[in-house]
Structures are given as C-alpha cells and as structure tokens.
Design a protein around this ligand. Structure first.
Ligand SMILES: [Zn+2]
Length: 354
C-alpha cells in the first residue's frame, strides 16, 4: 500500500462539491468524506494543525499552540523549533518505511519535522527559487513541478505528504466566500487533479487522504490590539496575535480576560497560557486592512476530510469518516496503521480503530 496525504491549506469544507472542487468531489465519490468535516486543533492556525497532523498530539503536547512558539521569554518561529514528540517521518523510518514531503509552505519543513523524511522539498525548508504567490509561498504549480523533479514516483514511497498553499492565500486576500476566492479554489482543485493523475499508475495500491488544516472567516479593520488594552489597564501578559485568536502568556486569569473589550471567549491552554478570541469580523492586530479572510479562532475549526484511491482499505476509511468527525490528531495514527509503523505517543485515534 502507498499512502498520499494531501493538505489543501484553508480549503473551506462548505465549498467541497461538484461545482468548485470537481476533482476532489470525484475522489470522494469513489471513497468517502466526513460531510460535517474534520476538526482542527486550537488555535485554528496552519502550524499547530500541521504539527498535529504529523505527531498525533494536541498543541499543549507538541507545543506549537500558535504559529510561533513561546520559549519562556520570547516567541520564535515554530519552523526553527519543530514539534515536541515523534513525527510520522521519524516513526516510519524506524520501521523501514520510506517517506517524502513536498510542501508549498517552506516553513512547514521545520514545523512538521519533514527534514526527517527520506525526500523533502524545499530542501532545508528554505524558500525555493520558483514561482511564488502573493505571500511568497510556492505556487501549486511549483509544488507539482517539485513533485515531478524530487519525488521518486508514487510506487516508490510508502508515505507521501503534499501541501498546497494556494487556497489559504486566496481566502486571506479576498475573503473565503468571495467570488474571487471561489475562482481560485477551482484552479487549486485543477492542481489537485494534476496530482491525482500522477498517482493513477499506482491507483489500485493507493490510499489518498485529503484534508484542510482550517477554515477561514471574513474579517475587517486593521486589527484589535489586545496588548495595548492590557497595557492601558495595567494588566500583565504577552500577547501573540494569531488571526481571529490570540495567545496570552503570563496574563490575567480567564475571568478577567473575558471581561475585556474584544474578548468573547477564552480557554486556558496550560499553566501560563490562555487562548482568547473575539466576535465575528474581529482580527487581532496588527493586521493589513486589505486582507479580508483570517483564521485562528473556534469558528474556523472545520477541516476537509476526504479519502479516495483504489486500495480496498479506502472503503473502511470511508465508513469510519461517515461515523465520526476526525480530529487533526487522528490522522497521524491513521497513517501509522496504514503504513504499519508504531507511533506510541500519539493521543489521537486511528480511523481504522473504529
Ligand atoms: Zn492562513
């Protein structure tokens, strides 16, 4: 069996259908999907969820709670730290399985520990010299080109992870429900179709899992400055804005935070950190007013969860997806079960364990 795990960054589950995502729709027609969608871990940001995809751990365990990681004194790029806990790349290697990671967001190499894959692109997680999108991530076409030039072929690798960034960029710029974003989602689906064509020669042996890491919601304004609010009130805390959520470290207690302007919900993440979010439309700043979509809070937790491919086990996965909404932490143990390696520290539940 060969497994291809594809992430379409920020693809909204509500737009999965024959009109906007015909290739994805065809994939789920021969396999299955969770109609209600999977569930992101919080914050509903890209790096916490990708760290969960590869470790099967909650953010409190892999420590990537927002896109940057708190070191005890500072927030630093999670790409330079990586997740705490064993990744599927390390675990697969331990069991003699081969892996590849072709990732449109170069920082995901570090975030996912993908430098431990047998093949990874872009090398070293450095921004590649290819066609880049508006946010300077590799375009979907560049990812397909990298697949062609770096991947040994669909029959030659046990577990392949592919990340397409384009839907996230499009939804940030235009807002996730805009006609412009939907048009870009159609183009991204055509790119997915091209990847699926590359897998066809091994189809009978192939399991394709396609997910998104989070949804997006429409936002406006130049960003709500929670840090300034704490300062004005003489309250402690370091604020890390994460789109429609923010992480407050060493700040006031939850009750005090819930009493603040711009804070609608709060959950204690660990002894020192609280994740907060605001009302619909509010993004934590600083923020570029020209960007109309964001994510981070609980309204963006819905993920796409689709399975397809020609291998007989696809039917079992489809039944499981029909029964329950998978969490982001359930995919790593599912990949481990499919590719027959152990991932003992994962707290997720394999879809094959149902
Ligand atoms: Zn994003």
């Amino acid at each position: 069996m060969k497994v291809t795990f594809v992430i379409e960054d920020a693809l909204p589950n509500r737009w999965v259908g024959p009109e906007i995502t015909p290739h994805l729709w065809a994939l789920q027609t021969e396999g299955g999907r969770c109609e209600a969608g999977g569930q992101a871990v919080m914050s509903s940001a890209t790096y916490p969820n990708h760290a969960s995809f590869v470790t099967g751990l909650q953010p409190v365990d892999h420590r990537v709670m927002v896109n940057r990681v708190w070191t005890g004194s500072d927030f630093v790029s999670s790409a330079s730290v990586g997740p705490v806990g064993e990744t599927v790349f390390e675990a697969a290697r331990r069991a003699g399985r081969s892996t590849a990671a072709i990732l449109g967001d170069h920082k995901l190499i570090g975030v996912m520990g993908a430098q431990d894959a047998d093949v990874h692109w872009p090398p070293g997680g450095v921004r590649p010299d290819v066609e880049l999108d508006e946010f300077r991530y590799a375009t979907n076409q560049a990812v397909l080109d990298a697949y062609d030039s770096h991947h040994p072929g669909p029959g030659a690798v046990d577990l392949t992870v592919v990340h397409f960034n384009d839907p996230d960029t499009a939804c940030h710029i235009h807002g996730p429900d805009s006609p412009e974003a939907r048009q870009r989602l159609r183009l991204a689906d055509a790119d997915l179709g091209q990847l699926i064509e590359r897998l066809r020669p091994e189809w009978d042996d192939m399991v394709v899992i396609l997910v998104s890491d989070h949804d997006q919601e429409r936002v406006w304004g130049d960003g709500f400055d929670l840090s300034a609010v704490l300062d004005q009130l003489g309250l402690p805390g370091t604020v890390e804005p994460e789109g429609t959520a923010a992480l407050v470290v060493d700040g006031p207690d939850t009750e005090t935070l819930l009493g603040l302007e711009g804070v609608q919900g709060a959950v204690e993440v660990d002894a020192t950190s609280t994740l907060v979010w605001g009302p619909a439309g509010q993004v934590f700043g600083p923020w570029h007013e020209s960007l109309h979509g964001a994510h981070g809070g609980p309204r963006c937790r819905t993920q796409v969860a689709v399975v397809g491919g020609g291998h007989p086990v696809v039917a079992d996965l489809a039944v499981s997806l029909g029964r329950r909404r998978p969490s982001a932490i359930d995919w790593a143990p599912t990949l481990a079960a499919l590719c027959r390696f152990d991932l003992p520290d994962s707290t997720g539940r394999s879809l094959l364990a149902d």
